[in-house]
Every structure is written in structure tokens, then in C-alpha cells.
Design a protein around this ligand. Structure first.
Ligand SMILES: C[S@@+](CC[C@H](N)C(=O)[O-])C[C@H]1O[C@@H](n2cnc3c(N)ncnc32)[C@H](O)[C@@H]1O
Ligand code: SF4
Length: 337
């Protein structure tokens, strides 16, 4: 198995299939300027499947498709069908804003998708409009229930919690999920990208999220899936459902991070907070052999030293403090959340 400098194996690959999005979520892309990836620079499904196969040979057993909004990529089910038949891949999932899910979920399921994460930060339609700035809450809910009817399991709801914006929606979302059999993943608001104006005041820490829920619906810690998942999971003591919290800011999990990312234009990125990536597309399009690509990825992973969230916490706890703006990063919609 391939390990980095800190002996972390390469186990997960997040593939961004497009940087385009039909939403404009305030926490993700409040851009003044963003240069969209040119269509001809996007990896084709054949190129993605070839790289995915090589990553699986290197030890990856889980792939998540993301973006931008992955369901904007035409015929995505064709890619799912290619990936779901990869030998050695144990888990294939997708993160979506849900807007196009109702119309596409049946084709995705038939192509081999078994589980899904849908982002939903509030059940209040006016607040939804304020946070996501485009789209429609009713369509996302329609997508969630269509996924349930289709038999996708589990269906997880991703909630980014932002102070003063949706921290008062936590219990509503918990009750909705418990009632309908969805799992919830609360995500601490992170300083991804360069332009979401993140400050630590906007952060609602894991502890606070858990205290709010536990006071109403007592919880018991379950642990991390496979010991290395970003989410620390909890079950309700009454047995009615589960939640997870991704506490990248207050309880970083860099020491167990096994994730690589592939941008829609074929850059290999080794951390969510990286400033640069390595251009695998150039290798692909210049006729590199499988062995050459495997050697390149291996040598990048072996040298990997990323521990951005650990360093952020160290800075936040030190006298010098942490200013998100001082760190240039690849945008979330480019590298895939
Ligand atoms: C970048 S999105 C891409 C997939 C899809 N468009 C969606 O919204 O689910 C992936 C995940 O990142 C989360 N995300 C985006 N910006 C974030 C931020 N600043 N902090 C924490 N999570 C964030 C989104 O809520 C979503 O669950
Ligand atoms: S979080 Fe997802 S839906 Fe929202 S802007 Fe980012 S990519 Fe689009």
C-alpha cells in the first residue's frame, strides 16, 4: 500500500466532474471573478475511468463524485456505470445540491450508484434562498424523497452550519431527518477557497452543535467509519437515527486523512486547502503509459506532507492567530468538496 510522509495510506479519491454550478451558495462561491474551466480541458469519462482504475490499483477503495454540481455533467450515469464496475472499488458515492436529483436519480441508481449525500442547510424556503442564492427548496426536497423511493441507502444530508445564519435550524433538520430516515452530517463552516469571507466568528463548533442536539435528543458516540472518515458519528439513544459532525476546524483529522482529489481538468490535489495541483491530464494526453502515471501519483503521494487544518488550529490557539485571507487556496468548486 502507498503511504505518505506521515504513513497515511491513499484510500479515497474525490473526483470533481465539473466546476459549473447552478447554485451560488454564500459559503462556497461568492465570487467577483472566477474563470470557468474551458470545456475542452475537462477530463472525458474515459480519462476519468482510466485514472480511477489506476488509483484503485494504488489502494483507493472509495470514490466520491462531486463538483461544482455533478448532476450538471451530461450523462453522468455513463461515468457511474464505468466506475461501479471497477474491480477493487468498494464504495462509490455522490454529493449533490439535489436540484436535479428527482429527474436523474433513477438513471443513477440503475447505473450502480447505491448511496448519496444531498446538501441542505435549512428547511425554511426564504433562508434557503438567502444561503444558496439560486434554486428552490421544494426541488431539493423532491430529489431527496425520489432518492428514497429509488432505494438509495444511506441518504445523508450535508448541513454547513454558519453562526447567525442557520444555527437555529439544527433541531428542525434533526427532526426532519429522524422522521424520514435520512442521516445528517453537520459540517463546521470552513475557510475553503479564497473568497467566502470566512472568519472564526461564523464558525459553530462541533461541541456547540452536539450540545444543542443532545439537550433535546440524547446522543451516544459511535466513532469514525473505518477509523478515518471525516465525520465523527453519533446515534440517538432512542435508536431513531444517527448524525455525524465533520469538525475540520475545531477537531482536525489530518493525522488520519487518506483523501486525494482530482479536479475536473485533471489536477491531482492532496489537500482540500491546497494552493496547487499536479496536472495528470497533461500526462494522459501526452500518451503516458499506466506505469508512468502510477509512478507519478506514487511519488506525489509519498512526498505528501499536508496537515493544513492541524496548522490552522495551532495558529488559532497561538498568539499569532489565523487569517484565512493570508492563505491562497484552490476554490472549492474547482477541486471538489
Ligand atoms: C462543494 S459541494 C459540491 C457538491 C454539490 N454541489 C453540493 O453542494 O453538495 C460539496 C460539499 O461541500 C460543502 N461546502 C461548501 N462550502 C463549504 C464551506 N465553506 N464549509 C464547509 N462545507 C462547505 C457543501 O455544503 C457540500 O456539502
Ligand atoms: S456548495 Fe455545491 S451547490 Fe453550493 S455553490 Fe458550492 S458547488 Fe454549488
Amino acid at each position: 500500500m502507498l503511504h505518505d510522509i506521515y504513513t497515511r495510506p491513499l484510500k479515497d479519491l474525490r473526483i470533481s466532474v465539473t466546476d459549473r454550478c447552478n447554485f451560488r451558495c454564500t459559503y462556497c462561491m461568492p465570487f467577483d471573478e472566477y474563470e470557468w474551466i474551458d470545456k475542452k480541458e475537462l477530463l472525458t469519462f474515459e480519462e476519468i475511468a482510466r485514472l480511477a482504475d489506476l488509483f484503485v490499483q494504488l489502494g483507493v477503495d472509495k470514490i466520491r463524485l462531486t463538483g461544482g454540481e455533478p448532476l450538471l455533467r451530461r450523462d453522468l450515469e455513463k461515468l457511474i456505470s464505468k466506475l461501479s464496475s471497477l474491480n477493487g472499488l468498494e464504495d462509490l458515492c455522490l454529493t449533490t445540491n439535489g436540484s436535479l436529483l428527482a429527474e436523474k436519480v433513477s438513471a443513477l441508481k440503475s447505473a450502480g450508484l447505491e448511496r448519496i449525500n444531498v446538501s441542505l442547510d435549512t428547511l425554511n424556503s426564504e433562508k434557503f434562498a438567502r444561503i444558496r442564492r439560486r434554486g428552490d427548496l421544494a426541488k431539493v426536497l423532491e430529489g431527496l424523497f425520489a432518492a428514497k423511493r429509488c432505494g438509495l441507502d444511506p441518504i445523508k444530508i450535508n448541513v454547513v452550519v454558519e453562526r447567525g445564519v442557520n444555527d437555529d435550524d439544527i433541531i428542525d433538520l434533526v427532526e426532519f431527518s429522524r422522521k424520514n430516515g435520512f442521516a445528517l452530517r453537520f459540517i463546521e463552516y470552513m475557510d475553503v477557497g479564497n473568497s467566502n469571507n470566512w472568519t472564526s466568528e461564523k464558525l459553530v463548533a462541533k461541541k456547540e452543535i452536539l450540545d444543542i442536539i443532545d439537550a433535546r435528543y440524547p446522543l451516544r458516540e459511535v466513532g469514525r467509519d473505518k477509523g478515518s472518515a471525516p465525520s465523527l458519528d453519533y446515534e440517538f439513544i432512542d435508536g431513531r437515527g444517527e448524525i455525524g459532525v465533520i469538525a475540520s476546524v475545531t477537531e482536525p483529522f489530518c493525522t488520519t486523512c487518506t483523501r486525494a482529489r482530482l479536479t475536473a481538468d485533471g489536477k491531482l490535489v492532496t489537500c482540500l486547502f491546497s494552493a496547487t495541483g499536479y496536472d495528470l491530464k497533461a500526462l494522459l494526453r501526452n500518451g503516458a503509459t499506466d506505469e508512468e502515471i502510477i509512478d507519478t501519483v506514487s511519488s506525489i503521494w509519498r512526498k505528501r506532507t499536508d496537515r493544513y487544518s492541524d496548522e490552522r488550529l495551532e495558529a488559532m490557539n497561538s498568539g499569532r492567530g489565523y487569517r484565512a485571507k493570508d492563505h491562497k487556496k484552490i476554490e472549492m468548486i474547482t477541486l471538489g468538496g
